[in-house]
Design a protein around this ligand. Structure first.
Ligand SMILES: [Zn+2]
Length: 58
C-alpha cells in the first residue's frame, strides 16, 4: 500500500508480481515466509501538487 505522509491517505497498489517474486526468493533461500508487508510512503498526487505549487511560489 501507499501511504501519504501529509494527509494520511492509503492507496492499495497492485503488487501480486512483487509478492510472488519475494516469496520465490525467500523459498530459494530456505526462508519460511509468514507475512509480507509492502509499504510505500511519500506524497499522494494531491499533496505533491500542493508542494510543487508552494515551491514555485517562493
Ligand atoms: Zn496526501
Amino acid at each position: 500500500m501507499l501511504i501519504c505522509r501529509k494527509c494520511g491517505v492509503v492507496t492499495e497498489m497492485e503488487n501480486e508480481t512483487i509478492r510472488r517474486e519475494v516469496a520465490a526468493q525467500a523459498s530459494r533461500q530456505g526462508f519460511m515466509l509468514e507475512r509480507q508487508i509492502m509499504e510505500g510512503r511519500g506524497l499522494c498526487a494531491h499533496c505533491r501538487d500542493d508542494d510543487e505549487a508552494r515551491d514555485t511560489g517562493q
